[in-house]
Ligand binder design. Structure first.
Ligand code: ARG
Length: 474
């Protein structure tokens, strides 16, 4: 029999020929999973250590395998390793390269399948990815909290329905962003906890008949609890079929993307001539090739755009997984590009947002002009009536009538005469217009979570303490 294409080196024993060239091109994943190499090598070293520990290979064989894997990692990091598409994926590329150098490597795949191998690689990847996302979020939070501190004295209108609602400090607005990204940070921490479970030893689907020590391998790889006790997956079928972490990771990235997209939208508005609350850093804006006056907020627009990609990746993973029978199916090879893209996109977006915000300058005079609108304190005026014994619904009505009168007569709400407001409701006193003092209005909002200056200062201090603690534990 003519054997033109050599049978596949690792699994080709029962095949007379290698795969069709189109199948090689179609089935390869090394073009994207090569980035798993450090995790794959860590997993293989743990596997070799475990095999030696239970006496399946000798210590000399283990040491030769370890040295060979270290050398391969060095070549990969130096960019000189020869990746071969015909060897499909990162796992077989590394195993084949090792086998060429170290005869004992032929024993490395004992009691292991690529199914538990890739599951292990990805859990190691996810622990690392979560730490990287968390580090970026902390750096972003430091800038956001810094902005809050810097602009504590500036008041801006807060908006609902994109209509001016009530005055808040710019700091309170920025601290809302800190809450959003703080939740993302917590999510990645919880996610890392769930990733911290070792599937190695699950084999292809049903474990192995060989006397492996799963706890030993798990401990080697750092899949341990705070007391150092190994954490293992409990069901070999689920261990190789489960892609929850992929979906969760993409979901956390997508949700973080929703957050940075909303921040971006706010800052696009604030930077517009219409709002004029902020000036965006030149380095993150671009000009127009036609209109010389333009300074477009491209970094913020791209952040809004890239958040769509993060949602797309989540959707890809949900759809990829939903119809699959247990356990591993080759479809699952498609699980990695969206995850890698989500990580890369997220890290870059968080860095770009951080630097865009770092260069943001508020325009206090424009903020002051906008927040001086007395209508922003219409609710405070209703509260004034409430303090004078008027039921809130009635007070709301009375102030509504005053607002309508101001609109009709073209007089600012706070400049109506005492006679005019008394005519609307007898409970208005001589001091009725005192509520329009912004300082008083802010000082009146000092309960937990409110935008009063004391509250805001306390929140800034709390964030700084939290971030300092987080940085220490990084
Ligand atoms: N490259 C494969 C993937 O990422 C590795 C697992 C292959 N397993 C298999 N039974 N063909 O899914």
């Amino acid at each position: 029999m003519k054997n033109k294409i050599p049978a596949q080196a690792t699994w080709g024993g029962g095949f007379s020929n290698g795969p069709h060239p189109l199948m090689v091109q179609f089935g390869e994943s090394v073009s994207f999973d090569a980035r798993l190499a450090p995790f794959d090598i860590a997993g293989s070293k743990a596997q070799a250590a475990m095999l030696a520990h239970v006496g399946i290979i000798t210590e000399a064989e283990r040491d030769a395998i370890h040295a060979g894997l270290d050398a391969i990692l060095g070549e990969i990091e130096a960019g000189v390793f020869q990746w071969e598409t015909a060897l499909e994926d990162v796992h077989m590329n590394i195993e084949q390269a090792l086998t060429k150098r170290v005869p004992a490597a032929a024993k490395l795949h004992t009691a292991r399948s690529r199914n538990d191998q890739v599951a292990t690689d990805m859990r190691l990847f996810f622990k690392d990815a979560a730490a990287r996302a968390a580090a970026e979020l902390r750096a972003l939070l430091a800038v956001v909290v810094g902005l809050a501190e810097q602009w504590q004295a500036v008041l801006v209108p807060g908006y609902t329905h994109l209509q001016r609602a009530q005055p808040v400090s710019a700091a309170h607005h920025f601290l809302a962003y800190a809450e959003m990204f703080g939740r993302d940070l917590a999510r990645f921490g919880e996610f890392a906890e769930r990733a911290n479970i070792c599937p190695l030893g699950s084999g292809a689907i049903a474990g192995t008949t060989l006397p492996v020590d799963r706890e030993f391998a798990a401990a080697q790889l750092g899949f341990v609890d705070t007391a150092g006790k190994p954490r293992l997956t409990a069901n070999s079928m689920d261990a190789v079929a489960d892609r929850d972490l992929f979906i969760e990771f993409a979901a956390h990235c997508a949700l973080c993307g929703v957050h940075f997209s909303r921040v971006a939208e706010d800052m696009i508005l604030w930077g517009s001539a219409e709002f004029g609350f902020a000036e965006l850093p030149e380095g993150f804006t671009t000009g127009s090739s036609l209109m010389p006056q333009k300074k477009n907020p491209d970094s913020l627009e791209l952040l809004r755009g890239k958040s769509a990609r993060l949602q797309g990746n989540l959707h890809t993973l949900l759809t990829l997984t939903k119809g699959l029978p247990l356990t591993y199916n080759r479809d699952l090879q498609e699980d990695k590009p969206p995850v890698f893209d989500s990580l890369d996109t997220l890290l870059l977006c968080l860095a770009v947002l951080r630097e865009t915000l770092r260069g943001l300058r508020l325009r206090p005079e424009r903020c002051a002009a906008a927040v001086a609108d007395p209508l922003l304190l219409a609710t405070d005026l209703a509260d004034y009536l409430v303090r004078r014994g008027v039921p809130f619904r009635e007070a709301h009505h009375a102030v509504g009538a005053a607002v309508a009168l101001a609109g009709k007569t073209g007089v600012p709400l706070d400049k109506l005469s005492l006679a005019q407001v008394r005519d609307i409701h007898a409970a208005f006193g001589e001091d009725w217009a005192s509520v329009f003092d912004l300082r008083t209005a802010m000082l009146a909002r000092e309960k937990t979570g409110m935008p009063g200056p004391g509250q805001v200062a306390a929140q800034i201090a709390a964030w700084k303490t939290r971030l300092a603690k987080e940085m220490l534990s990084e």
